[in-house]
Design a protein around this ligand. Sequence first.
Ligand code: ADP
Length: 176
Amino acid sequence: MAAKAFKALILGPPGGGKGTLSKRLVRDFGFCHFSAGDALRAEIAAGSAIGNKAKDYIGRGALVPDELVTDLVLGQLENLKNEPRWLLDGFPRHAAQAVALDAKHDVDLVLDLDIPEAEILSRLGGRRVHVASGRSYHVEWNPPKREGIDDETGEPLVIRPDDTEEAIKKRLQHRT
Ligand code: ADP
């Protein structure tokens, strides 16, 4: 029997834990997780036309223009037709995106994370990521076994270009 459709959104500030919480929701409730930020980073890694346009905005901590993100996200959600239980992370970020999403999908649940700014600055400042898998560490609270190295692959961890203090402050001005 086909799974019953359930469409959920997870919103909240950068560093608010959307990714971490999403992983638990996927594990416990079998959602298909789709992150707007991950989709954009995949386009950048692939060197696509969208990725090349998005790169500069993301590096500066600015929002990527709506026409790029909305087409990308709504287009990729179309590909999830066989996955009726999805959790959309990081989209919409403002009213125009919400209107575009609403025109195509009936959303069942919205989770909106409310995290103090000081906590966010500390979380993002110490974040280190393994680009290929999206695994994320924190230098203090969730350090890798070897400093700067991913536990599973032995590959180097990086600081996301938008995790600099300047970019973080800018990202907080346009929190979801
Ligand atoms: P965070 O929530 O920590 O900012 P994300 O991975 O969700 O991280 O997003 C990283 C960057 O991707 C954002 O700073 C922004 O530049 C871009 N981005 C992600 N989602 C959107 C969106 N819905 N609209 C515009 N830009 C977006």
